[in-house]
Design a protein around this ligand. Sequence first.
Ligand SMILES: [Zn+2]
Length: 79
Amino acid sequence: MKIRCKMSVIIGKISDKDKKIELGIEIYCTNCGKKVPSGLKTGEVFSKTDQFKIELEEFMRNYLCGICRDKKRVTKLKS
Ligand SMILES: [Zn+2]
């Protein structure tokens, strides 16, 4: 069994006083549609703001899994 390090992604700016909470949100790669296991985190206070909704939406819209991200990088290097 391969042990994969669980990636933890933080959305928004969490202040020192804000408690980090893990979001139970499933993310899908916008390119291949693969479900990506995520440790999506944000601040407890921040999660209740409109800014959080905007950032989360933006994040989901642009999210690529590791494989697609690598492909993109290779394509970029070639051009
Ligand atoms: Zn992908």
